[in-house]
Ligand binder design. Structure first.
Ligand SMILES: [Mg+2]
Length: 102
């Protein structure tokens, strides 16, 4: 079975609200593992597992919310903006300051 068919089956079987809840839970689990990693825990397998979980749930969220292929269009625009930022090569603090307005 291809991923999009599995996503559609999961949404049909458990419904959109439950799958949105699971997506939020999986993103939280990834955030927890990334935080542990930054604090020095050697948990790369756990981080990778949670990335896989999040990717699966994002596939389902895409199936729910992306009716007009907006995600790919937005991602391409944002990637172009990121590429432009990288070419201008500001320091990390410049990026943070620009985002926070400081
Ligand atoms: Mg998980």
């Amino acid at each position: 079975m291809i991923p999009n068919e599995i996503y559609a089956q999961a949404l049909k079987q458990w419904g959109k609200p439950m799958q949105v809840i699971i997506a939020l839970e999986e993103m939280s689990e990834l955030a927890k593992e990334l935080t542990k990693n930054l604090r020095g825990k050697e948990n790369v397998p756990e981080v990778c597992e949670e990335i896989a979980d999040v990717e699966i749930m994002l596939g389902q969220m895409r199936a729910v919310f992306d009716e007009e292929n907006q995600i790919d269009i937005m991602r391409d625009k944002k990637l172009m903006r990121l590429e432009d930022m990288l070419q201008k090569n500001p320091s990390a603090s410049d990026v943070v300051n620009r985002r926070t307005g400081t």
